[in-house]
Ligand binder design. Structure first.
Ligand code: GN1
Ligand code: MG
Length: 371
């Protein structure tokens, strides 16, 4: 969706003031990152900074379940890592009424769900891996994150978006969007613009069921489900991959989902938002670094899981392409865009990468088995 009008900073500050920051919020800056939630950096009179986020209630039908998961994950990581590792994990800031989130409206419209994290200072984020060493560190951090959650006490986390990586049902949604687009003039226009992308996604439909076919042999784990490089905070000075962020889709799933998303976002030199597809070509050095880093961080993988990782890369790349394309057909209602046609461009980048992954598939399989 296109960005809503900017929020009134005073209204955001009033919401920030409902959290226990230990000071009075005095400044707020919107962070234009991520496609789904809205994020603000809040500074207080006590000199500390916080990340205040509005959960997108259109994307997350049950924000209460999202927050229940985030509370459990952050507490577990605190317990596992201890107080000395405060920069290696997210910490929620409770609201003044003791809860971990607040429902509040910034203006017109219904109340939204808000939550606050302590800001981890002196970090940077990246849009793509610039070196194999950086790809290694990011993949190792995601692998360690999964390792830290292996002993998360039961019950399993809530499925915050049901069928999130069910690629076959993503294709069903695509088919429905194609039909629905034919019913209006604007829809037909969008469909026409996307002729080439529709054809190319369609041509790879047979891939969509690959992971679900293997799923009976694969353990369900607690996985992150959104392992793109921008969800890692790197230390500004040392470059170390400090902390995994964006816990909203951390829930039961397959290791191949996470590794697949890493390959999708880090095995090449194209930004997800590139207008050109030329750089969306797998680089085997980056891929090998991802494989080494992930296998090092996620030492618990079974051999069946390990064999599923390349399928994860192919399927997740195709899935992301079909999700961007579906959103374009529906009029950009899900992923935030900055310009018309952006979701179609995003789809094209994913498809170019998929073609190159398929071309290199034999090399990728070899590198996963002997990284
Ligand atoms: C969305 O909000 P953000 O940017 O972290 C999306 C992911 C996609 C990603 C593509 C809940 O994540 O699934 O892979 O965009 N999150 C949701 O960049 O749909
Ligand atoms: Mg996300």
């Amino acid at each position: 969706m296109t960005r809503p009008e900017r929020d009134d900073p005073e209204a955001v500050l009033r919401i920030a003031d409902r959290f226990r920051t230990g000071g009075r919020p005095i400044a707020v800056v919107e962070l234009r990152a991520g496609h789904i939630n809205d994020s603000f950096v809040v500074s207080t009179t006590a000199g500390s900074r916080f990340l205040l986020q509005r959960i997108n209630g259109h994307v997350f039908p049950n924000p209460g379940q999202v927050m229940a998961n985030v509370v459990r994950i952050t507490r577990h990581l605190e317990h596992r890592l201890g107080p000395r590792n405060a920069r290696r994990r997210l910490a929620l800031v409770p609201a003044v009424d003791g809860g971990m989130w607040r429902e509040a409206a910034t203006g017109k419209g219904p109340a939204d769900w808000w939550r606050m994290y302590e800001l981890i200072e002196d970090t940077t984020t990246e849009l793509r891996a610039s070196t194999p060493a950086q790809a290694f560190l990011a993949a190792q951090a995601f692998g360690r994150f999964e390792t830290q959650l292996v002993d998360l006490p039961s019950p399993p986390l809530h499925e915050t978006i049901p069928g999130f990586h069910d690629t076959l049902s993503r294709f069903e949604a695509f088919d429905r969007a194609l039909d629905a687009a034919s019913a209006s003039a604007a829809g037909n226009d969008r469909r026409r613009q996307a002729t080439a992308e529709i054809r190319s996604v369609d041509a790879h439909r047979d891939l969509a069921g690959r992971l679900s076919a293997a799923a009976p042999d694969l353990p369900r784990r607690t996985v992150h489900n959104d392992c793109k490089i921008s969800n890692i905070l790197f230390d500004r000075t040392s470059g170390e991959a400090l902390c995994v962020v964006d816990l909203d889709t951390t829930m039961p799933g397959l290791a191949a989902y996470d590794f697949g998303d890493m390959v999708r976002s880090m095995s090449h030199r194209a930004d997800e938002d590139a207008r050109e597809t030329a750089a969306a070509q797998v680089d085997l050095e980056l891929f090998a670094a991802l494989a080494q880093g992930y296998l090092d961080g996620a030492g618990f993988l079974t051999s069946a899981e390990r064999r599923s990782l390349v399928d994860g890369a192919l399927v997740l790349t195709l899935e992301q392409a079909v999700r961007f394309l579906t959103d374009h057909l529906q009029g950009d209602v899900y992923f935030r865009i900055e310009r018309p046609g952006q979701n179609l461009d995003r789809c094209r980048v994913q498809m170019a990468l998929l073609e190159s992954l398929l071309e290199g598939e034999a090399d990728l399989r070899r590198l996963i088995l002997q990284p």
